[in-house]
Design a protein around this ligand. Structure first.
Ligand code: MG
Length: 375
């Protein structure tokens, strides 16, 4: 079997990037790359397509390394290029699974579970009022999710966004609103809070300390993650579990974070971190330190479904993110309907990715001047 074509599509209004790999035997694979400027163009750049066309798509790891080597002298790349490579890698796995007649998770070592627990990202209340946060939390919980995330982004009148300082009244607000949401939820519903890297360690540590009695599932990205020593110090300073990882790439990007146990939980984004086998390698590295693996995910249904195969195949998976509740476009992109039921996605038993893109639905929302899987 040989690869004959790589196509990409950019959707709108949410800029999901889909990748389609075609073969000479009629098998077609679909993947999704993390959205970003130019990612759909990089996926079909001839520097990538040259190393794929004519190759057997089932040599997934070799082709992943070939793509990295072609795109950089060192064989290691990050950013939009790695997002594009991640989307292609998923499509190669889709073809390989279909060719073997097994789901992708089977090729990644088999499955540990039959259902993938999904957490819903609520962002924030509809207003600053604590009641609106409680209302949203209860509504999402009533729709079957037993894991819910909210953001504590800096408020518009925050003192100085560049110094990351938080005023005392804002610290009190972050504490009060999260306490109120925690009390409003059922005891077995997990609550996650995301700080989006925007706070100074001394200020957000006061918040993390105040959360210690709330039994949060995690506090995500309280500070920027790139200084691993600063992350380790923060993580060791509070019993509130600390999560990070959505902006790291491949196992190399996670090595120091994991070896220094600078986070309690890791959240790689598989559509940018290198794809599905990279996800497996990152999860395995974390498992050496008993660190849970909870992928970040803002993909459409293709990237979300792709992630479930890794989540099924690694021991330390706990929950997978979902961002698009009530987005009918998200729900309408697959031939299969109701992918998420009662806060879970069933692990598929179908070959390859296990779902089918509704190409008419995708074409209808593609950015038309950029082509749609252009031949
Ligand atoms: Mg986040």
């Amino acid at each position: 079997m040989k690869v004959t074509h790589i196509g990409a599509a950019l959707l709108s209004p949410f800029p999901w990037v889909l990748v389609k790999v075609t073969t000479d035997e009629g098998l077609v694979g679909i993947g999704e790359a993390y959205h970003g400027a130019g990612v759909h163009q990089i996926a079909v750049d001839q520097r990538l397509t040259q190393v794929l066309i004519g190759e057997d798509p089932r040599n997934v790891d070799k082709l992943f390394h070939d793509m990295m080597r072609r795109m950089s002298a060192s064989g290691y790349y990050q950013g939009a290029v790695m997002s594009a490579i991640s989307g292609i890698e998923m499509a190669l796995w889709d073809i390989t699974g279909q060719s073997a007649g097994v789901p992708i998770w089977q090729l990644l070592g088999g499955k540990f579970r039959d259902k993938i627990r999904i957490y819903n990202d609520c962002h924030a209340g509809d207003s600053k009022s604590i009641e609106s946060w409680i209302e949203k939390a209860r509504e999402v919980e009533a729709r079957g999710f037993d894991a819910i995330k909210f953001d504590i982004d800096p408020l518009p009148d925050q003192r100085d966004r560049y110094s990351r300082g938080i005023s005392n009244d804002h610290i009190a607000y972050y504490i009060d609103v999260v306490k109120a949401v925690r009390e409003a939820l059922e005891p077995n519903t997990d609550l996650l809070i995301d700080g989006h890297w925007k706070h100074s360690p001394t200020d957000i540590l006061q918040v993390a300390k105040a959360y210690e009695d709330l039994n949060l599932f995690w506090l995500e990205d309280p500070i920027p993650p790139e200084n691993i020593d600063a992350m380790a110090r923060f993580t060791q300073s509070t019993t509130t579990p600390i999560c990070t990882g959505e902006n790291f790439y491949t196992a190399h990007g996670f090595r120091e974070l994991i070896e220094k146990q600078a986070a309690d939980i890791i959240s790689p984004d598989l559509a940018k971190a290198g794809g599905l086998l990279a996800g497996r390698k990152i999860a395995d590295l974390a498992e050496l330190y008993y660190i849970p693996f909870c992928p970040h995910n803002i993909c459409g249904p293709i990237g979300t479904m792709a992630a479930t195969h890794v989540c099924a195949a690694v021991p330390n998976f706990q929950m997978l993110e979902f961002h698009h509740l009530d987005n009918e476009i998200w729900s309408g992109l697959l031939v299969e309907q109701n992918l998420i039921r009662d806060g879970h996605i069933d692990v598929t038993t179908k070959p390859g990715l296990g779902v089918t893109l509704d190409e008419d639905a995708a074409r209808a929302i593609s950015v038309d001047n950029l082509g749609f899987f252009e031949e």
